[in-house]
Ligand binder design. Structure first.
Ligand code: ATP
Ligand code: MG
Ligand code: MG
Length: 350
């Protein structure tokens, strides 16, 4: 079968590889790390820095189509990959890897972000605090799982902060009722399908659980959120799975951020949807027909295993309803996503 190249070597790449294998494809992982949990389940692994043009060229020659599971791949070096092989294209990466760019992009398409201001200096931060009050200072680039963020509740805290001195954004704190994400897949022919939006809960800035069906406060706002997500996908000429995160508020859905890839809040779809986000991403980039995204049960719940070691995770094996996914990362450091568990519930019949 054809060879799929994946830029990035984490659990998303691992789950993409597994889905690809089911459809008769094999994967070649490209990542800067010397160890990769995605490479463990893939046919080939290139361990080289992102900026190694020769290695990228050789990788591209061996792959029929190339995708990414990590949105912080530097865009410049990707010029070494023939444009027609890359899906989604580099524009999606460029926009999604900069919080300022993604907010502006969403706004141009009618999206409503949290109040924000770019921050490069201490004066910028204090001015932003004076405008928006309590909020979160974030690095524009490379943050994930709440890393690279400082929550500020008072002006004194803002004054005392020893912040990096450029490339930041300050966001006013959104008083949200709930969080959700819109996950869609767009095929090469432009067809778009959405998964149901789960209710996402975060702990310490890290996704802890996703639950379906979501409460009415979310389902009432999913329509507007989907319109924005579809507009983003169209504008980018997007191919594959795209995720937009939202806050459900009294003023409607507030756009938080986007990820040009499969997403943690869609892991439930492996057992909880007829076609998972991973399989549909592979289908889309390979030009296959998209699969049905509907739920396989009446309710679905995904729990992240954060900092959970193998022995602790193994306890889910004695729970008949639990689908355990363990990523094989080794060291169970606090805050590290080690795996997840999915439950699919069926209403009693009768
Ligand atoms: P991810 O792992 O999702 O990429 P991230 O590091 O990019 O995370 P964000 O999504 O920006 O971080 O923020 C993480 C969480 O912090 C959000 O899901 C939300 O719970 C909270 N949060 C972020 N920004 C705001 C805001 N402006 N107002 C209120 N809460 C916020
Ligand atoms: Mg993010
Ligand atoms: Mg986020």
């Amino acid at each position: 079968g054809a060879r799929i190249g994946i830029l990035g070597g984490g659990q998303l790449g691992r789950m993409l590889s597994i889905a690809a294998a089911q459809l008769g494809y094999s994967c070649h992982i490209y990542a800067p790390e010397s160890d990769s949990i995605a490479a463990e389940v893939s046919a080939e692994f290139t361990s080289a820095p992102w900026h190694t043009e020769g290695a990228l060229r050789a990788f591209a020659r061996k792959c029929d189509v190339i995708t990414y599971e990590f949105e912080n791949v530097p865009v410049g070096p990707l010029a070494a990959i023939p444009a027609e092989k890359l899906a989604p294209g580099p524009l999606a990466l460029e926009v999604a890897q900069d919080r300022l760019a993604e907010k502006r992009f969403a706004q141009e398409l009618g999206g409503q972000p949290a109040p924000y201001a770019p921050v490069d200096t201490r004066d910028d931060l204090l001015a932003a605090f004076d405008r928006f009050g309590p909020g979160i200072l974030k690095t524009r680039r490379e943050g994930y799982d709440g890393k690279g963020q400082w929550r500020l509740s008072s002006r004194e805290e803002a004054e005392a902060l020893n912040q990096p001195n450029r490339g930041l954004i300050y966001e006013g704190l959104v008083a949200f009722e709930a969080e959700f994400s819109v996950i869609l897949v767009r095929g090469r022919d432009g067809e778009i399908r959405f998964w149901d939006s789960a209710h996402n809960s975060h702990e310490s800035g890290i996704l802890a659980r996703s639950v379906l069906p979501a409460p009415a406060v979310i389902t009432q706002q999913v329509g507007d959120a989907r319109k924005l997500a579809a507009a983003v996908a169209e504008k980018l000429g997007y191919i594959g799975v795209l995720t937009l995160e939202f806050f459900a508020t009294a003023d409607g859905p507030i756009f938080n951020e986007m990820a040009p890839r499969v997403h943690n809040s869609g892991h439930w779809s492996i057992e909880g949807a007829v076609t998972s986000q991973f399989e549909n991403h592979i289908r889309a980039i390979c030009g296959l027909p998209l699969g049905d995204t509907s739920l396989t049960g009446d309710a679905v719940e995904m729990l992240n295993l954060i900092g959970t070691d193998g022995a602790e995770a193994a306890q889910y094996l004695s729970d008949a309803d639990a689908h355990l996914h363990f990523y094989g990362k080794g060291d169970a450091r606090p805050g590290r996503k080690m795996g997840h568990v999915t439950y699919v519930h069926h209403k009693a019949r009768g």
